[in-house]
Ligand binder design. Structure first.
Ligand code: GCV
Length: 713
């Protein structure tokens, strides 16, 4: 099994030091993980570990000098014995650490508190000291030190307080227990089989799950939904007969601070319970869900909750009973409420049986039209899970207006780590920059409140301080039982970046990539780092440049499950029509004035900016407007020449990656080198196919010659 970003060598700087761990009286299993990690590191690299138990007496500042690294929990609500700057303290030794803070750091900690996940890191008296609010914070602080390598121990670093942006940082698995006849073991999975299931059941050997849990815990990911949101017959039973197996999985996630969730079927009262209805207002249905939740929590006391895809792409939901999504979500929320569980209810609802002749139906509008009117109706243990764009994880989409339209609803944004529409882990496509842009997009309150702030519950003008807690950040995972976890070894960087950006969406994604390179290829020749930056830094934009142009999306082959070009693949189909190219022009008119009205779903200034051809950003032009091929972009180029040039230039970029990677032969492990080389060859083949099909298609449609004279077929 590939160690991903946690190879033993990444622990060398920490493992060669004298380390004190004081996990506090409530250390639990996560505290045990911290101790185990340090024990393993010092055993491998010659350092020492001292575990300071609560009864071991007082540590004074002098004792600090005996260590290079101190990892201590500062607070335990259960055992307060005093306080510093308003922070309850479990034991006197912690006074020592907190009094080492400068007054301004102490003031920061006093204002915001040191909650479970938060840690303060400082350098003092020759030691690096991490003080955490709880065991999970201690785990995150430990990995913060690991990520810093030698730098954690040399020079002066300012004291930093780190806390996650959002309380829930989740990965959803679209894994099926049974191999689905069309979608396979993992729906939209490109990395082999499921790490959870094989042969129609939960695996006996779950060692990969344990290793995965460790990887996630190191990033601060704290929630995993273990089965596909399309809940088929066998998968539905995880909620009932399968609970003992779910508990085995939860046992492996728990020591890493990760809570387990299940995707459930809205029809379960009928399919599993034998009732005649799943109507959310029916008393028997309500009792069935309450009993189901009771059983889950009797087996898994820290169970996270349910993820639900309802009335979407054929999944059952409340519409069958004339009820709405709030009725449906609240039904499950009430069953989970006594146990502290949460419902993640997905907003991915649209008509997938539409008549392509009907130009008023616009898939982009659907989530807002369904959900915005329900703002304020969801219970407070419901989180509405909204894909970042209005369509479906395209390489380029505007941000979903739903995220600005529901100030009285807990919201989570959903990203896609698995590369369904971004090269299916055959193509290098580093998605950190896309997510950074999406999470940092200033969608609300006159472009002052970002998506990340909305889902983190940061108050704003449209959502004044209120008792509404945050929702979270979620994403579809990209791992499988593949040797490298992700099929394409470089796709590991996407999983890493997701975790790091879910923790802090303001982090520079190229810096995150650099961190990943350093951890995954420790002590490598500097050429490795340089070449990986060449291949990966802008690979999202390169992928965009050879696929669907200017935000229009899709153009993928339905038969090859969204892989490879098929410009008209979805045109005139029941799933929607996406580009409307004809001899005169291309793009979808989503303006209020003459189109579907989608642009009007945005708050100002975005609705005006997108509505107006003169201000609409080039990269989204064809998403919002139907324009003639000769329309001049803000870049100064015509639409048609942009399409011709960027497709061809991008293939030249990808082609150059092959030689750049070949030069690393012998500098990275052989099998990894070979796997990436094989995938790069496919990327060049596929990108070339995209280039030639898109360029040729638009030449034939428009009749406009390519000014560059490059070949068109
Ligand atoms: C799990 C897209 C994918 C489907 C997926 C769906 C969803 O349509 O192609 O495979 O279903 O999104 O997010 O529910």
């Amino acid at each position: 099994m590939h160690p991903a970003w946690l190879p033993d060598a990444a622990f060398a700087p920490l493992g060669s030091r004298r380390v004190l761990v004081a996990p506090g009286p409530d250390a639990g299993e996560v505290g045990g993980t911290v101790v185990d990690e340090v024990r393993r590191a010092v055993a491998a690299h010659g350092g020492s570990l001292t575990v300071h138990a609560p009864g071991d007496g007082v540590l004074d500042t002098a004792a600090l000098h005996a260590y290079d690294l101190v990892l201590a929990v500062a607070r335990s609500a259960a055992h307060p014995t005093g306080s510093v700057a308003g922070i309850p303290l479990p034991s006197t030794e912690v006074d020592v650490f907190l009094t080492l803070l400068t007054p301004s750091d102490a003031a920061d900690v006093a204002t915001t508190g040191l909650d479970e996940d938060t840690f303060v890191r400082m350098q003092t008296g020759g030691a690096t000291v991490v003080v955490a609010g709880g065991a999970t914070g201690l785990l995150y602080g430990l990995h913060d030190v690991v990520r810093s390598g030698q730098d954690a121990f040399v020079g002066d670093r300012p004291t930093t307080t780190s806390r996650p942006a959002a309380p829930v940082r989740m990965l959803d698995h679209w894994d099926n227990v049974d191999v689905h006849p069309v979608m396979g073991q993992v729906e939209r999975g490109y990395a082999g089989g499921s790490i959870f299931y094989a042969d129609g059941r939960v695996r006996d050997d779950l060692s990969r799950v344990a290793a995965y849990a460790r990887l996630l815990g190191s990033l601060g990911v704290n929630a995993v939904a273990i089965n596909n949101v399309n809940v088929h017959r066998t998968e539905a039973r995880l909620l009932t007969d399968g609970l003992a197996d779910v508990a085995r999985i939860a046992d492996l996630f728990r020591p890493h601070g990760v809570r387990t969730y299940l995707s459930v079927s809205f029809a379960a009262p009928m399919t599993l319970g034998g009732l005649g209805t799943s109507d959310p207002l029916d008393a028997d249905v309500q009792a069935w869900w309450a009993a189901a939740a009771d059983r889950v929590y009797a087996t898994i006391p820290d169970f996270g909750g349910f993820v639900v895809k309802a009335d979407s792409e054929g999944q059952p939901g409340p519409f069958a009973y004339g009820r709405d999504h709030a009725d449906g979500a609240n039904l499950l929320a009430q069953a989970l409420r006594p146990h502290g569980g949460t419902v993640f209810w997905r907003a991915f609802v649209y008509n997938h049986e539409q008549d392509w002749r009907d130009r008023r139906t616009d898939r982009a509008r659907a989530a807002y039209d369904h959900f915005a009117p329900l703002d304020g109706r969801f219970d407070d243990n419901v989180v509405l899970q909204v894909k970042y764009g209005p369509m479906d994880f395209q390489v380029r989409e505007p941000i979903s207006p739903v995220l600005a339209a529901m100030p009285r609803t807990r919201l989570a944004v959903e990203l896609q780590v698995t590369q369904e529409y971004t090269g299916q882990q055959q193509h290098v496509c580093y998605l950190g920059p896309l997510w950074h842009e999406a999470l940092g997009f200033p969608l609300a309150d006159d472009a002052t409140r970002t998506v990340a702030q909305v889902v983190s519950g940061v108050p704003g003008a449209s959502a004044p301080a209120r008792d509404l807690t945050a929702g979270g950040i979620t994403a579809v995972s990209n791992v499988g039982d593949d040797e490298f976890w992700t099929g394409h070894p470089l796709a590991q960087a996407n999983l890493y970046a997701y975790g790091r950006l879910a923790w802090d969406p303001t982090t520079d994604p190229v810096a995150v990539l650099d961190e990943w390179i350093g951890l995954t290829f420790p002590d490598a020749d500097p050429r490795v780092r340089g070449t990986l930056h060449t291949l990966m830094d802008d690979s999202w934009l390169t992928y965009e440049a050879y696929t669907a142009p200017l935000g229009v999306g899709f153009m993928v082959d339905p038969l090859r499950r969204h892989y490879g070009p098929n410009v008209d693949g979805y045109e005139y189909s029941k799933w929607g029509t996406y580009h409307f190219a004809d001899r005169d022009g291309v793009g979808v008119d989503r303006t209020v004035a003459t189109g579907t009205g989608y642009a009007g779903q945005y708050p100002p200034p975005w609705r005006d900016l997108y509505e107006d051809l003169a201000t609409c950003p080039d990269e989204l032009l064809l998403f919002f407007h139907h324009v003639p091929y000769g329309h001049v972009l803000r870049s100064g180029q015509t639409v048609i020449q942009h399409v011709y040039d960027t497709r061809a230039d991008a293939v030249d970029v990808v082609t150059a990656w092959v030689d750049a990677w070949a030069a690393l032969d012998g500098l990275v492990p052989d099998r990894l080198h070979a796997r990436v080389a094989e995938r790069l060859a496919e990327q060049v083949r596929s990108a070339t196919e995209w280039r030639d099909q898109v360029r040729t298609y638009f030449f034939r449609k428009s009749g406009v010659p390519d000014a560059s004279d490059r070949p068109i077929y």
